[in-house]
Design a binder for this molecule. Sequence first.
Ligand SMILES: Nc1ncnc2c1ncn2[C@@H]1O[C@H](COP(=O)(O)OP(=O)(O)OP(=O)(O)O)[C@@H](O)[C@H]1O
Ligand SMILES: Nc1ccn([C@H]2C[C@H](O)[C@@H](COP(=O)(O)O)O2)c(=O)n1
Length: 229
Amino acid sequence: MAESSVIVAIDGPSGTGKSSTSKAVATRLSLGFLDTGAQYRAMTWWMLANGIDVKDPVAVAGACDKPLIVSGTDPQGPTITVDGADVSAPIRTSEVTAAVSAVSAVPEVRVRITELQRTIAAEAPGGIVVEGRDIGTTVLPAADVKVFLTASPEVRAARRSAELKGKDAADVAATREALVKRDAVDSGRKASPLAKADDAVEVDTSELTLGQVVECVVTLVEEWKRRAR
Ligand SMILES: Nc1ncnc2c1ncn2[C@@H]1O[C@H](COP(=O)(O)OP(=O)(O)OP(=O)(O)O)[C@@H](O)[C@H]1O
Ligand SMILES: Nc1ccn([C@H]2C[C@H](O)[C@@H](COP(=O)(O)O)O2)c(=O)n1
């Protein structure tokens, strides 16, 4: 019998391991992978590059249908382009990180990017792992498996600082402050805030290795596949 196509939604605050886990799960199970944060970052990068005031929701709403954002969903080499240009590096700068919560809170931006995400998920052969903040609640509420990752701010800051060492390095306290602030804006906005879906399985990754988190999600997907047969 053919394997069922599966849609996996992985949400959670910044730095809880969503991207690393989603890529590894997608690779293990031969699924696509979509980093929805990268799409909001790409929109933010375009606003900054084109001199749009990111603190002005009316200006952002008026311009957000202009950039063409395209995401490649190979978990071993995900890509993101804006108007044909590779923006995978510039969307990770501290300037974009500082502005992305304001841009992603604009309802018109969310409508446009949500539509893009739903199209990509619907077209993924065999299924896809989609990670973000509102995937289980808003983008794909009928997802087959929903996971909500958490970790203490201290652990997340330590992981992020270690990752940034030598590049955009900030100390752990400053990193912790920045991610807690971003979570507060992402959770507090009116339009599809960061939230756990009622039917999502919550996994606290603070004391788990990446391998253990991946194993946990793979098990949830395999259980779903057994039930779906
Ligand atoms: N369980 C884990 N144990 C140790 N380190 C981890 C674990 N999960 C993720 N990491 C590391 O933590 C950092 C953040 O992980 P990742 O980028 O996957 O988080 P994220 O939730 O996608 O973050 P963001 O929302 O900011 O994009 C990375 O350096 C990653 O390698
Ligand atoms: N589904 C999503 C995904 C991301 N965002 C916003 C909020 C985040 O602060 C920002 C960057 O995401 P990251 O790269 O840190 O995963 O994008 C959102 O609102 N909804």
